[in-house]
Design a protein around this ligand. Structure first.
Ligand code: FES
Ligand code: FES
Length: 128
């Protein structure tokens, strides 16, 4: 199976790899796993508490090239978005951008789930 140029680019030059300092109140963390293959994705968002806008993001992914590319891509996409806008990101958009083949669609679902988990973690922390 051939990977698209965009997958290879994100795989070879992943954006925003890493994690934020522990205990940062402005960070939401999502950790999700794909039962189908055992891959694990951790995605973090750093939110400006007064504007509700995501200012930065990080990821760590143990997984295939498509999972790494999907998480790298979404760390770019969520920047500058509100939490609600980030929640609106669909795995189909990720799959389309990266030209993922059908067997790799679940890798993009992992990235969508990771965003949702990170947003919900942030909301839980900041629920009044
Ligand atoms: Fe997990 Fe892709 S099957 S690496
Ligand atoms: Fe399982 Fe990509 S996340 S093969």
């Amino acid at each position: 199976m051939a990977y698209s140029d965009k997958v290879i680019d994100h795989y070879e030059n992943p954006r925003n790899v890493g994690s934020f300092e522990k205990g940062d109140e402005t960070v939401g963390t999502g950790m999700v796993g794909a039962p189908a293959c055992g891959d694990v994705m951790k995605l973090q968002i750093k939110v400006n508490p007064s504007t509700g806008v995501i200012e930065d993001a990080r990821f760590k992914t143990y997984g295939c090239g498509s999972a790494i590319a999907s998480s790298s891509l979404v760390t770019e996409w969520v920047r500058g978005k509100t939490l609600d806008e980030a929640l609106a990101i669909k795995n189909t958009q990720i799959a389309e951008e990266l030209a993922l083949p059908p067997v790799k669609i679940h890798c993009s679902i992992l990235a969508e789930d990771a965003i949702k988990a990170a947003v919900s973690d942030y909301k839980t922390k900041h629920a009044a």
